[in-house]
Design a protein around this ligand. Sequence first.
Ligand code: FAD
Length: 330
Amino acid sequence: MPQEDVFDITILGAGPTGLFAAFYAGLREMRTKIVEALPEPGGQLAVLYPEKYIYDVPGFPKVLAKDLVHNLVEQTDTWLPTYCYEEKAQGLVRRDDGLIELTTDRATHYTKTLIICAGIGAFRPNKLELESLQRFEGNGVYYFVQDKRPFYRRNLLIVGGGDSAVDWALNLKDYAESVTLIHRREGFRAHPSSVTELMESSVDVKLWYELKEVHGDGYITGATIFDNRTGEETYVPTDVILLNLGFKADLGPIRDWGLAFDKRYIVVNERQETNIPGVYAAGDVAQQDGVEPLNLIATGFGQAAVAVNHAYSYLTGGRVFPGHSSEMRL
Ligand code: FAD
């Protein structure tokens, strides 16, 4: 049997709470792992509102959500934690010896303590029920851009009308051979200044259009789109398709781990402890017993620090108070 690679602490979720928890765990010299369902960090900030300004994070009079995520990752990377992206947590077992086994759809992680920072749940991209599209998933059909190279000098079709669709159209317009963006309505959900830039750009924007069929054998050669007002069909030469159709989130199997819940929240005490020893919860997923939660980035940061320091004390018997960061080895 392979040796179990045991971490001091595992953080479930790489939203702002999870990232700051990972930073704090590193500060306390805990061997740290982060498990995240998405291929990128940032949670709601990255998925739902990357281009929105945030005004209520201490120290930032205003900051774009995506810039805050970038800074959090840079801060967390001080300690080089282990990141496990694209792993959705499925099961949790606390063994008789106290070790925690966290199972995902890809692996089993062994940890002495766990902080659940799962927010409103694991995000998954909305998809289209189109057989001709599904057969090219991972081979010309994308829901995220982790790497721009698949779009280099290709004919790109983007589907969507939110920030992600518009931002990627602008970002890739000079990198791809051509960019066509179809959106099923007239109005965009994206930031108005980005929409203005889009309309003045080289991107071929087709409003009221939807995807009907993807063509190709082995690789994509084209797509048929249709005007949803008239039904009129148009063929678009296409090599790659990027779908930005929003996300769904749900806590899913976390509800079956034996944790105490109050509605959608994991119940914690003032130390952010759940009812399972060694397991903590912080951020949007957690609620102190009977206290109405305040789901904000700033409160998540505070809860992350509380959870990590109590996890450290649980693990080592050491002091909860970490001292001041200015006195620590950075
Ligand atoms: P999340 O950001 O939800 O991150 C949780 C992470 O856990 C996600 O990445 C998810 O994929 C992952 N995860 C969940 N389940 C699993 C699983 N089973 N396996 C693996 N990974 C999993 N707050 C402010 O303070 N100021 C604002 O201006 C502000 N504006 C907002 C605007 C909008 C439109 C919205 C929707 C929210 C806003 N908020 C704002 C709230 C703020 O975004 C949340 O409080 C914050 O994101 C909570 O962070 P979190 O890390 O706890 O959870």
